[in-house]
Design a protein around this ligand. Structure first.
Ligand code: G3I
Length: 409
């Protein structure tokens, strides 16, 4: 994977860049932006086009927009020999979202979180809408973030991410309206009766979805409502309201933002099994009852080397209901430390996951749960695992990136 030849080529090109006039940048590669220090001259036939303050790109047939080009600062991620992983496929990639769109998907996207947005090199890549055409706030639209105190709504942090997506021309997946986790104790331990909890839940869904009305491509209205055996999770919503809470939440969301697609989202509904069957049966029932439901969200928090072989068959089953399916939180974790062989396995896993979605017309989008290992949730929960995302902790593309690009090509 990391051959000495690749290292030698990389080092020699660095030396040449320093010794000579600027080399030309190949089509679709970066040619400018804050923090960018490379060549700003595009290959003949291409022009350097500003996509955002941090990223300009050589686009065939375009005229160079010189005001977009800046190389005044030098904050670049350090790259060691062990992280020279960007393959030929990735250096020539037009970007994962661009590829996904060409393949008929609506978007390729990433989760993000507010604290990460002060990291300018991170934000630059996140804002590159050739890579990401969609953002999901990883935490800032959850119940604890939006209604920590009953009846007092706070949208500042969610607004920051929605505004960033808007500025970048990216869609937003709203995440999430009703979830047992990150639920303030005033809700989970409030001891409310059925009617009161319905009204609290309806009000929450209505207030949040109304605040973001018109700005959300799809809402994860309900998150993680099933146990592994396919029974309903005994959240406060289920134990107080019963199964009816699902339809009540969906109807409230539709009323508040009629244009947002409404999803039920869960993990371990990747391959076939009891939980996937429960999801299928519930969505079939909701459709039969006329309850608004547009999509099934497949989180896809996966383990490298253990990705189910039934992904495509399972997602085709979901899609046969007539709803969209989306991969909403993809990451594929590795037992640390990484090796070339493990990264190669992970690349194969990513390729298979993306290819399974691409094969299904109703699989409309893929979101990775942040794009860099620097901000992955995995190590904080699985102490021996990590390296789950296509960019490493230095914001350098891993073999998984090229594998995704290949599956989308
Ligand atoms: O904001 C506080 C900060 O003030 C405090 O100093 C710090 C100390 O631990 O905690 C911060 O809160 C953390 C929060 O993320 C924001 O970073 C919480 O402890 C931490 O538990 C929380 O983790 C989030 C997790 O959901 C909680 O369940 C992850 O970031 C988020 O990526 C993760 O996302 C979930 C999806 O919503 C649903 N599917 C599974 C996925 C992964 O767990």
């Amino acid at each position: 994977m990391y051959t000495s030849l690749a290292l030698a080529l990389s080092l020699s090109s660095c030396l040449l860049a320093g010794a000579q006039a600027q080399t030309t940048v190949a089509a679709w590669n970066q040619c400018g932006g804050l923090q960018y220090t490379g060549s700003t001259i595009c290959v003949s036939g291409s022009g350097c086009v500003k996509l955002n303050d941090y990223y300009s790109q050589c686009q065939p047939g375009a005229a160079t927009v010189t005001s977009a080009v800046s190389s005044s600062t030098t904050v670049v991620p350090s790259v060691s020999s062990s992280t020279i992983t960007t393959s030929a496929a990735s250096t020539t990639s037009p970007g994962l979202h661009t590829l996904a769109k060409a393949k008929g998907l609506v978007y390729f996207g990433s989760a993000t979180d507010n604290g990460e947005l002060t990291d300018a090199p991170y934000k630059a890549i996140l804002s590159d809408n050739s890579e990401f055409g969609q953002l999901t706030p990883g935490n800032s639209q959850k119940w604890d973030a939006t209604e920590g105190t009953r009846g007092t709504f706070t949208f500042t942090r969610g607004d920051e991410i929605v505004a960033l997506a808007k500025a970048n021309g990216q869609l937003v997946r709203g995440h999430t309206l009703v979830w047992h986790s990150q639920l303030p104790s005033w809700v989970s331990s409030g001891g409310f009766d059925n009617a009161t909890l319905i009204s609290i839940m309806e009000n929450h869904v209505t207030q949040v979805a109304t605040h973001y009305k018109g700005q959300i491509y799809a809402w994860d209205v309900l998150n993680e409502i099933f146990n592994e055996d396919g029974t309903f999770r005994e959240s406060v919503f289920y134990t107080t309201i019963g199964e009816a809470y699902v339809a009540i939440a969906l109807r409230a969301a539709r009323a508040a933002d009629p244009d947002a697609k409404l999803y039920i989202n869960d993990y371990n509904v990747d391959g076939t099994g009891a939980k996937s069957t429960a999801m299928y049966n519930l969505v079939a029932k909701l459709i039969a009852q006329g309850v608004p439901i547009d999509g099934i969200g497949i989180q896809a928090h996966l383990i490298s080397g253990s990705v189910p072989s039934t992904l495509q068959a399972n997602w085709e089953q979901f899609a046969s209901l007539g709803v969209d399916v989306a991969l909403t939180e993809v990451d594929i974790r590795i037992t640390l430390p990484t090796t070339d062989a493990k990264l190669a396995q992970q690349a194969t896993d990513y390729k298979n996951v993306v290819a399974a979605c691409v094969a299904i017309p109703k699989c409309i989008g893929i979101t990775i749960w942040d794009y860099t290992d620097k901000y992955s949730w995995i190590p904080s929960v699985f102490s021996t695992q990590g390296a789950a995302l296509p960019w490493d902790e230095n914001l350098v593309k891993k073999p998984a990136y090229a594998a995704i690009a290949e599956a989308l090509a």
